[in-house]
Design a protein around this ligand. Structure first.
Ligand SMILES: C[S@@+](CC[C@H](N)C(=O)[O-])C[C@H]1O[C@@H](n2cnc3c(N)ncnc32)[C@H](O)[C@@H]1O
Length: 400
């Protein structure tokens, strides 16, 4: 059986199945229920016990869900029909062991990921349909199969380092857990999950308000007005932009901008690009080295600085700073800005990912000022908030 293909956005179901409500009228009640359930987890033991039971079912379910992505079960079921499907027939179509598939599907039926219709017969839920979308299904493979030992053995890593906050990019819990010296990106590439990770990043922002929407950041006032109108002038450089999903979205929102949109990432990632808006320039670039594009209207760093401890970020920022033009260039850092109190769980959860995989962090407001102004010598002009639980856009300039 050939390996499952990866690639941005290829699927037989529309991504709205995962990002839009299936029953719009149920949304207010569901929101109330989620909020109540979340509060009960933080205030009473019965809620915590329920969560522990869910964790037990989830561990096994992950095996079945990932199996379904890698074996193309979800893809096949979506293609077949919306009707009940027999495990025996699916096993035959996929060329896999029927006994094995029946066991996995039984657990997924028992835990609500599939609807059990009869003996060995199931229908997809919207959740399992969405698992056939590369940006969603491949995320599970990229993150769980390559890195999950990092959080699981974090306590041991931490004990052996005297319970000190880790800040060494060359000594991470993920490296410790897998016995490798590779960072997370190289590690995923080495295991054959590089393109799955790109799919993960393509899907990561789904459902959030894009930073270039006028209700988030006024692109026209802050970037387009006053920009060099030479069509060859660099307008926006996405540093560590992966396979270009952010620039493509930017192009959709603002096809009229003067100058060039430039995508930079490591050669292995640029080489994985399958489809990209033709006007976007692709450039192989290592952000630890001299920035080759000078005087762009804006440089954009999304989800990059959170991957690295302050010392490394300072050096990445020094390369951008050296290329910026005084009074013209802006640096846009798109990341969580965690409030000092009442942090939102999605941001703290991502902080735990950074802690256990990269010895890095999601930063609080104070930590950002310390990194950007005190350490890197740039000025924060304004922080534009994307709303509760969303990332913010930190706009920076060279100090006058
Ligand atoms: C967490 S991903 C963020 C991708 C994209 N900016 C986004 O938000 O979807 C980090 C990106 O940094 C890239 N990266 C890691 N090390 C790099 C380096 N030394 N130079 C350039 N890019 C690098 C990775 O390949 C990856 O695409």
């Amino acid at each position: 059986m050939p390996a499952r293909k990866t690639g941005q956005g290829q699927s037989h179901v529309d991504v709205s199945i995962a990002t839009e409500p299936n029953d719009i009228e149920a949304v207010p009640t569901l929101l109330k229920e989620i909020s109540l359930a979340f509060n009960s987890l933080t205030t009473d033991n019965a809620g915590r016990e329920k969560l522990l039971a869910k964790c037990r079912t989830l561990t096994g379910a992950m095996a079945g869900l990932n199996f379904g992505v890698d074996s193309r079960l979800w893809e096949l079921m979506v293609q077949n029909s919306d009707e009940p499907q027999k495990a025996s027939e699916l096993a035959e179509q996929l060329g896999i062991d029927h006994v094995l598939l029946s066991r996995l599907m039984r657990h997924l039926g028992a835990t609500g990921y599939l609807i059990e219709i009869g003996v060995d017969e199931y229908r997809l839920t919207n959740f399992t349909k969405a698992m056939s979308i590369p940006a969603i299904g491949n995320s599970y493979l990229a993150m769980l199969s390559c890195t999950s030992a990092g959080p699981m053995r974090f306590h041991e890593f931490s004990r052996k380092r005297n319970w000190v906050n880790p800040t060494d990019a060359k000594d991470t819990a993920m490296m410790y857990a897998y016995g490798t010296t590779m960072d997370t990106f190289s590690w995923q590439q080495s295991l054959g999950y590089g393109s799955h990770f790109s799919d993960h990043m393509s899907g990561y922002a789904l459902g959030f308000l894009p930073w270039m929407a006028s209700s988030f950041y006024p692109v026209k006032e802050r970037l387009i007005n006053g920009a060099d109108t030479d069509p060859e002038a660099p307008f926006l450089v996405d540093i560590g932009g992966n396979v270009g999903h952010d620039l493509e979205l930017f192009h959709k929102f603002h096809p009229e901008v003067p100058g060039k949109l430039i995508l930079q990432d490591l050669p292995v990632v640029i080489g994985q690009i399958q489809d990209l808006e033709s006007s976007i320039l692709r450039m192989e670039y290592d952000f630890h080295t001299k920035q080759p594009i000078n005087g762009a209207r804006a440089y954009y760093l999304h989800n990059c600085l959170h991957d690295w401890p302050d010392e490394v970020c300072e050096s990445i920022l020094a390369q951008v700073k050296a290329a910026m033009k005084l009074g013209y260039s802006r640096l846009l850092i798109h990341e969580h800005v965690i409030p000092e109190m009442a942090a939102y769980w999605e941001a703290t959860a991502l902080d735990m990912v950074m802690l256990t995989l990269m010895s890095a962090q999601e930063r609080t407001r104070i930590a950002w000022y310390n990194l950007i102004e005190t350490r890197a010598g740039l000025t924060i002009t304004k922080i534009w908030s994307g709303g509760k639980g969303s990332q913010s856009l930190i706009e920076c300039e060279l100090p006058l």
